[in-house]
Design a protein around this ligand. Structure first.
Ligand code: SPD
Length: 277
């Protein structure tokens, strides 16, 4: 008998992965959490039947969410990751020697525990003494901590349920206020094929609130359409003065200084999404 997991990525499209074994399944107060051992992607974390990360392709997403903003900041010491309970973003943040503290603001404690137990290659840095785990609402956390962080990263689920607020202009204003001078913000902002209105709106909001905004892409095979977007904003300053020297020493498998150089070169249809009507 063959066992398959399917995610309904749009109302008219599914991705299916053949499953060796269901390693874990539970209902937390927030969502259904599952870890599946798949033939194609290794261990995979799903939340409410939506793929969040997998052992084989997680490096693309986590490296790209983290390294562009951290290298854009002159001297990142205090970093906040909102969401990202699997620990992949925290692992990448801690590759930067200047980082003194990374706060992980995750609403669902069970995601962190499940990742610790079943996804050791992704969650491996969560025990680092520089990590402070803050279980609770990331939106409230930024509201209550003005002028605190050098870099804020939003490693959220899709914009449904509790994550909706993480894609709003009010939230971006709170993020701006929670950043120290010279601060940098980046967020995962979904698929350029299937979430065009969201990408447009987020880019407009970030452009209006931050002094510089940009959008860049990466290929994440398990996410809808494969092509994925990230939106970045600088509190004061530009996005192009990043450190090549610091980038050269990073152990990565997707990110590279050459790729960073070209990161804001976008396909025409994506560039058009960012143009004012
Ligand atoms: N369609 C799923 C998008 C999920 C993005 N966040 C994933 C979290 C991995 N740390």
């Amino acid at each position: 008998m063959q066992l398959w997991f399917s995610e309904l990525q749009t109302p008219h499209m599914k991705i299916s992965c053949r499953v060796k074994e269901v390693l874990h399944r539970e209902k937390s107060p927030y969502q259904e959490i599952a870890v599946l051992d798949t033939y194609q992607f290794g261990r995979m974390l799903t939340l409410d039947d939506v793929i969040q990360t997998s052992e084989r392709d997680e490096f693309v997403y986590h490296e790209m969410l983290v390294h562009l903003p951290l290298l854009t900041h002159r001297d990142p010491r205090r970093v906040l990751v909102i969401g990202g309970g699997d620990g992949g973003s925290v692992r990448e943040v801690l590759k930067h020697p200047s980082v003194e503290q990374v706060v992980l603001a995750e609403i669902d404690e069970r995601v962190v525990e499940v990742a610790r137990c079943f996804l050791p290659t992704i969650s491996c840095a969560l025990h680092d003494p520089r990590v402070r785990l803050q279980i609770g609402d990331g939106i409230r956390h930024v509201q209550e901590n003005p002028n605190t962080y050098d870099v804020i990263l939003v490693d959220s689920t899709d914009p449904v349920g509790p994550a909706v607020g993480l894609f709003s202009a009010d939230f971006y204003r709170s993020v701006h206020a929670a950043l120290r001078p010279g601060g940098v913000f980046a967020a995962q902002t979904e698929s350029p094929f299937f979430n065009q209105d969201l990408i447009k709106r987020v880019y407009q909001d970030v452009s209006a609130i931050f002094t510089a905004a940009g959008l860049y892409l990466a290929v994440v095979p398990t996410y809808p359409g494969g092509m994925w977007s990230f939106t970045i904003g600088a509190k004061d300053g530009a996005l192009h003065g990043w450190s090549r020297e610091r980038a050269a020493g990073l152990p990565t498998r997707y990110y590279s200084p050459e790729l960073h150089e070209e990161a804001f070169t976008l396909p025409v249809f994506v560039k058009e999404l960012l143009e004012k009507e």
